[in-house]
Design a binder for this molecule. Structure first.
Ligand code: SF4
Length: 267
């Protein structure tokens, strides 16, 4: 396929406008059931934010240094070990016991620190959020407030905090008073589509992508996730992209069509 070329400002604005309008259209659809693990019951608890919001919160806190499928499955495995998935069952477990469960079940590369992280998070939910993690986001907070509240959890860095806010806003459509702090995720699909559309260069990575999305749509940089993910999955595959059917075909600099037209016109 033709090599992507970095587009000028007005071309980038036109491309961004189409991506934003597609992303906004998708936001009107009802949220989908999320498959985050390879275990049906684990996913069921993760999707039940009304009754088991601590599962999603703990799953997000477990993501550093291991793959996300494994991380999100940890709360359910803990629940099986302590014979209860509800918050009270989690509250009745001591820090030492959590560490032992992590070690015995080999739940994470860092058994001790993740056992401590789990225990501290559960206590913080009890003391600060009345035993219900959904109180972190139930008051229609600003996106920055959600990120800041997440950062207050022991061991949560900016990556985990923004990722959690992204999932809540994008996947669960949790109402927030603004979406300024919801960044684009530097996922492989999004990176590939941004590069082929000439919004960033071939050799540029996740950090540039995040700032480019902020520059193009500061009120909701994460809106590009929705459209780019869809384009990447349906048409803009790593090999043999289906430009003919892609919604970006008329303005994409990498589109096979665009290059055929250019050569026909003698460019
Ligand atoms: S037209 Fe679509 S599928 Fe083809 S390169 Fe551009 S974004 Fe990818």
């Amino acid at each position: 396929m033709p090599s992507p070329t970095l587009q000028n400002r007005s071309q980038q604005a036109a491309i961004a406008e189409l991506l934003i309008s597609e992303g906004e259209k998708q936001l009107q659809n009802p949220p989908q059931y999320l498959t985050l693990t390879e275990s049906e019951p684990a996913d069921r608890y993760l999707n039940d934010l009304k009754n088991y919001s601590h599962h999603l919160l703990l799953g997000c806190l477990m993501t550093p240094q291991i793959n996300s499928t494994r991380a999100y499955g940890i709360p359910w495995k803990i629940g099986m070990a302590i014979r209860g998935q509800d918050f009270t069952s989690f509250l009745n477990v001591s820090e030492d016991e959590y560490i032992r469960i992590f070690q015995d079940l080999s739940l994470h590369r860092f058994s001790k620190s993740m056992g401590q992280r789990t225990s501290k998070a559960i206590w913080q939910i009890a003391e600060q959020y009345e035993g219900d993690a959904s109180n972190i986001w139930s008051d229609t907070p600003s996106s920055c407030a959600v990120v800041r509240r997440m950062l207050e959890f022991h061991g949560a860095g900016i990556k985990v905090a923004t990722m959690t806010a992204n999932i809540l806003a994008r996947e669960f459509r949790v109402p927030m008073s603004d979406l300024i702090c919801i960044d684009v995720s530097p996922d492989v699909h999004v990176l590939r589509v941004f590069r082929r559309l000439g919004l960033i260069r071939e050799d540029q990575g996740g950090d540039i992508l995040i700032y480019k999305a902020r520059e193009l749509h500061p009120v909701y940089p994460g809106v590009f996730d929705l459209s780019c993910w869809d384009i990447g999955r349906n048409w803009c595959r790593p090999n043999n992209p289906k430009c003919e059917s892609c919604l970006m075909k008329d303005i994409c600099p990498s589109s096979v069509n665009a290059h055929k037209q250019a050569s026909a016109q003698g460019f």
